[in-house]
Write a protein that binds this ligand. Sequence first.
Ligand code: ADP
Ligand code: ZN
Length: 720
Amino acid sequence: MYVGVLVELSNKNIDKVFTYSLPHSLKEKVSIGVRVKVPFGRQTLEGFVVSFINDVSIETKDILEVIDDEPVLNEELLTLGKIMQEKTLATLISCYQVMLPKALKAKNGTVVNKKFDTFYKLGEIPDKLNDNCKKIISLFDKEDLVLKSEIEKISSSSLKTLEKKGALIKEKKEHYRTLLDIKIEPKKELKPDQKNAYEEFINSDDEVYLLHGVTGSGKTEVYMEMIENTLNKGKKAIVLVPEISLTPQTIKRFSKRFGSKIALLHSALSDGERYDEWRKINRGEVDIVIGARSALFAPIKNLGLIVIDEEHSTSYKQDDASPRYDAIEMAKERIKLNKGAKLVLGSATPTLDTYARALKGVYHLLKLPNRANNQKLPIVRLIDMNGEIRRNKGHFSKILLEKIEEKINNNEQVILLLNRRGYSSFVTCKNCGEAIKCPNCDITLTYHKTSNNLRCHYCGYGTNKPIECPSCHEKSLNDLGVGTEKIEEELKELLPNARILRMDFDTTSRKGMHEKMITEFGEHKYDILLGTQIVSKGLDFKDVTLVGVINADTSLNIPNFRSSEQTFSLLSQVAGRSGRSEKSGEVLIQTFNPTHYAIKCVETHDYIKFFNEEMNIRKRLGYPPYYFICYIRINCKNENDGYKESLKIKRLLEKYLDKTVILGPSVSGVFKVNNIYRYGITLKYKKQDNLYEILNKIIDVYKSNHLVTIDINFNPIVFG
Ligand code: ADP
Ligand code: ZN
C-alpha cells in the first residue's frame, strides 16, 4: 500500500505530492488528511496524506511516523484548499496550513499537548473498610466518576490502598481548556423589520444574502434567528466577525442564546486553548463556530450557514502573507460544497463590490433601515477645523469639549476616535527636518511614548529615542503627529475630573486587557473611552450618547483608491456607537474637509448617496467593482536587479495579456522592508481568460530564480 504525501520544500516555496510506502505497522493509523513525517533527502519533513495509491512502479521510502490520531483536514477542506490554491496562486500546502490552528501547523510540528483530567470510578468494593475509605466510597453515590482532585482532599494514602485492592479504577479524560459558562436567557422577540428580513431569508433558496442594516438595527438578533433555524434543521453554522469586534459583549450575546454549543476561535486564545476549541469542532461536539477570518476553515461538518458580520472589514482579506485569500470569496466556495448551505454578509456600510452585486441581484438584498429600539440614528454634526486651528492650538474644538463636559455632567458616556489610519506619531528633527527612519525599511519609525522608544511597524526593529538627530547631530528632535497618548494627556489637562480610558494596540496587547477595558467601561467606571479604530466596531454601551471624532481626514489622504470608502465606513461605524439604547445619541466630527462627499454622507447617514458618488469615480478611473485588480510584487535584495527583472516581467505580460491595463513597475507602497526592495506591477482587467495561465508561468520561472521572488495579490487592500 502506498500514499501520496504533500510536502513543502520550504526554501523554494514549491509544493509537490510524493509517493511513500506505508509500513504494515502504520496501516491502521493512516487516513486521508492526517499529517505524517517522511524522509526527504537527508531531512525529515512533515506533510499531509492526500491520496492512497495501489501500485507504483518507482522505488519508494517508508513513512516514518503518523502525527495525528484523527485527520486534521477532512475531504471538504482538502477540496477547498485546492480551490484556494487556484484562486490565489499560492502553494497548496500554504493553503492547507492556513486552515489549521497555529498549534497544528505542519511547519511547527505538534507543540501543544492535550490536557487530561484524572477520574476514578468504582470497582469491586471490599467488605472491610476504614472510615476514610468509606468516606471516599460515599462520594460515588451521586456520580459514577469522581475527579481525582476532589478525592485527594480526603486522603491520598487511602486512595492508593483502594486502587490497589481494585475498589477504585483510574481513568483519564481529555480536558478542554476553554469553557463558556453563561446561562441561557430567553431570546428577544424580533421587531417587524427584523422579522421580514428573517422570513424572506428562510423562504428563499438563494445562496448568498446581503443583510444591509443601519448601525443598531439589530443585525445580530437576525443572525441568531437564522442560526437557530439552521440548527433546527440539524445543520451547523460558522460566524465570522472582525478580530477587534470579537469582544466579550459579542461572545456573551451568542452564549446567552446558544449556551455551550459554541466554539470560539480568536487570537486572544493561547495555542492550547485554540487547539482545544478546534478539537471540539473536529469531533462534532459544537454546533456553532465564532471566530475571525480563518475560522472559516473550522472542520465543522454538515454546514448549513455562514454569517460574515461587518463584511466591509478589510480583515477578511489576508493581504500581507501568502495565501492572499479573501474569506468572502472562500465562503462562497465553501457553501457550494455543502448542498443547501447559505451565506449571509452583513453590514451597515457594505463594500462597493458587495452592494453592487446586491443591486444586480447576484446577492439577495435584505434591508433593516431603522434601529431596533425605535431610536433615531444619532444626529451628526461636522465641525470645520479650518477656523478652529487658528483659535486654539490643541486638538479639541470648543464645541466638542463643551459637549463632552455636558454629557459627563449628565452621567452619560463618551467615545472618542482618533483616526490613525495613514497617520501615526513619528520623530523629526527641528533643525534639518529629517524624520527618523527604520534602517531596514523605507518607513518612518513610530514613536511610543510610554516606553520612550521608536519601533518599525513593518519589521519590528526597535530603538530608544535618540537624544540627537542621527543626520545633523543637533539635539533638536521633536515628536510630530498625534498618538492616543498625546490626546489623552491633552484631555486630562482640559478635563481634569474626567475618568479617561485609553484603548489602542499598545494598551490592549496584554492578554485579557481588551476584555477588561470593555467590561469596565460597560460598568461605567470611566466617562470617556478614547481609542483608535479599535473603538469603532461591535461595541454596544447603553450610556454612550456622544461619539467624537478628533480627526476625520487622515484616512482620506492615504494613497489608495479605497480611501474614501474606508473613511466613510469607519466614521459611520463609530457614529453608530452613539445612542444605541433609550437615550438618543449625538456625533461630532472634526474635519478639515467638511464638504467632501465621504464626510457629508456620514452627516446625513446616506449610504446610497455615498455609493452612487463613489461608483461614478470608480467607473471613471477604472477601479473595482468595474475592473478587477491584481498586484504583482517583485522582491529583490538588489535595487537594480529588482528593477530589471520587473521590466522583464512587464514585457512578458504585455506580450500575452491583450485585454489588460498594465501599470508600473513602480516602487511599492513601502519600497524597502527588511532590506529587501519591492517593486509593483498593477494589472487592471475585466476579462482576461489566459491571466492565470500566464501568471502561473511567471511563478514557475521565478521559482528557480535566486535573485528575485514574486508575490501575487488579487484584489489587494494595500499596494505594498
Ligand atoms: P447591529 O448589529 O445591527 O448594530 P445589534 O444587533 O447590536 O445591532 O442591536 C442593537 C441593540 O438593539 C442591541 O442593544 C440589541 O440588544 C437591541 N435589539 C436588537 N434587536 C432587538 C429586539 N428585537 N428587541 C429588543 N432589542 C433589540
Ligand atoms: Zn523596519
